[in-house]
Design a protein around this ligand. Structure first.
Ligand code: PHE
Length: 448
């Protein structure tokens, strides 16, 4: 990540950074728990469908917006349609980045803490761990501080270099866990739950959850791909890059499910546990394996790093805006944003048992399977506001900037895109906004 208006050194560098943003807790922590809460395989199918027909074509729109204007989300919209209310879509993106980081950092903190918990040999006691107010607050603050330090120091280059080694390692360790989990006694019921769709389980809120998870996991709907796209050179092929990012991201999520569900059913646990699911199942799995504690510690280390490349990207979005448009020094911005995020995230950190009020928050009982504050923030920013943001940005690109200009931008560096041009224009103008709109209406009970 460049601090001035630079360019990625190579296509590979861009794919790595964007995939680093996409792959994270969303794949390994959030995906299995929303699958569990939304009935299993039917949700997985819906999720894959949304990744392919909405997420991927929409990703090109964000990248084109960024590359064409070389600006942050607010600046990009301002550059194409000066002094218009469309800028609000950019501001919504900034707000969403804050909102996501505020709960994501909490989970990232747990992940980090679990490295040491595995090393100490204590695999159980998760409920005690996350309800310890000092511990979770400390881990949350620590993770935000590490993120801020990296974004501030601009040593993301180092992170990129490490990612080249560490992300393939995450893949390998995950593959090993898949093999271990599917061969457990009782695993078959988990595979059925995860892979055999029961279409009657699809409801209005499942649809939003699947769409939201597709956006969340691909880091779409809040301007991240606008920001990262703004560092892309005109010669680079955005289409094949987008494909690789979506493919890596999806494969990792699917694999996470192949570990969690067989293991979960083999242990006789319920899939609808919510945000704590993975942290309960995985340590128990590690405790069953020979040498499992070392594997576990290593796994949580890799997951912490995957989370770090995502928190860096989340912090980068508001920071890029404040530094570009408000001309506030990067140094001040980074620490101010991290500090505000910490304050906003405290209720989430305390919502897993430390504070009764935030644990049993329950403001949106029909929408959510878990009553805790963190689940609310995850729904509001991680699903709803991403869908809304993607709706606004697709209408902006399709109708205000103009789908043809956007398609020209995508085509630069990707000559093969010419064949899909017509269909892409149709998607971004009609199909994508219409599908999102219907899902949002449905959520608010418009269809009874
Ligand atoms: N995609 C990241 C993940 O799955 C989370 C994220 C969302 C990061 C939006 C940036 C922007 O972990």
């Amino acid at each position: 990540m460049e601090t001035n208006r630079g360019e990625w050194s190579s296509k590979f560098g861009f794919i790595l950074a964007a995939a680093g943003s996409a792959i994270g807790l969303g794949n390994i922590w959030r995906f299995p728990y929303v699958v569990g809460q939304n009935g299993g395989a039917a949700f997985v199918l819906l999720y894959l469908f949304f990744v392919i027909i909405i997420g991927l074509p929409y990703m090109f729109a964000e990248m084109a917006l960024g590359r064409s204007t070389q600006r942050n989300p607010v600046g990009a919209i301002e550059a194409l349609k000066p002094r218009s209310p469309w800028k609000l879509a950019g501001y919504l993106g900034l707000l969403t980045a804050f909102g996501i980081l505020s709960f994501y950092g909490v989970i990232a903190g747990w992940t980090f803490g679990y490295i040491f918990k595995m090393l100490s040999g204590k695999t159980g006691g998760f409920a005690g761990f996350i309800s310890d107010p000092l511990l979770v607050t400390f881990l949350f603050a620590l993770f935000l501080a590490i993120t801020a330090l990296i974004v501030h120091g601009g040593v993301a280059r180092g992170i990129e270099r490490w990612s080249k080694i560490l992300m393939p390692m995450l893949f390998v360790i995950l593959l090993g866990l898949v093999i271990y989990a599917v061969t457990l006694k009782g695993a078959a019921a988990g595979l059925t739950f995860y892979l055999k769709p029961d279409l009657t389980k699809i409801t209005g809120s499942t649809m939003l959850a699947a769409l939201g998870q597709a956006f969340f996991s691909l880091s779409l709907g809040m301007g991240l791909m606008i920001t990262y796209g703004s560092y892309v050179s005109k010669k680079m092929n955005m289409v094949t890059s987008g494909f690789s990012i979506a493919l890596f991201d999806t494969v990792i999520a699917i694999m996470a499910g192949l570990v969690i569900f067989p293991a979960l059913f083999a242990m006789g646990k319920s899939p609808s546990a919510g945000p704590t699911l993975v942290f309960v199942v995985l340590p128990e799995l590690f405790s069953m394996m020979p040498g499992g504690l070392v594997v576990g510690a290593f796994f949580f280390l890799l997951l912490s790093i995957a989370a770090l490349t995502s928190t860096i990207s989340l912090l980068e979005v508001p920071v890029a805006y404040l530094a570009d448009e408000r001309k506030i020094s990067r140094k001040t911005t980074v620490w101010a944003v991290a500090f505000v995020t910490f304050l906003v995230g405290l209720p989430s950190a305390l919502s897993q048992g430390a504070s009764g009020f935030f644990t049993d928050f329950g403001l949106l009982p029909e929408r959510l399977a878990s009553a805790d504050f963190l689940s609310h923030v995850s729904f509001l920013f991680g699903d709803l506001s991403l869908a809304l943001g993607a709706f606004l940005i697709s209408v902006f690109v399709g109708w205000v900037w103009g789908a043809r200009l956007a398609a020209d931008e995508i085509q630069s560096g990707s000559p093969g895109f010419a064949r899909f041009r017509k269909i892409w224009i149709f998607m971004i103008r009609f199909f994508i906004p219409a599908v999102i709109f219907v899902i949002l209406l449905n959520l608010f009970g418009i269809f009874g």
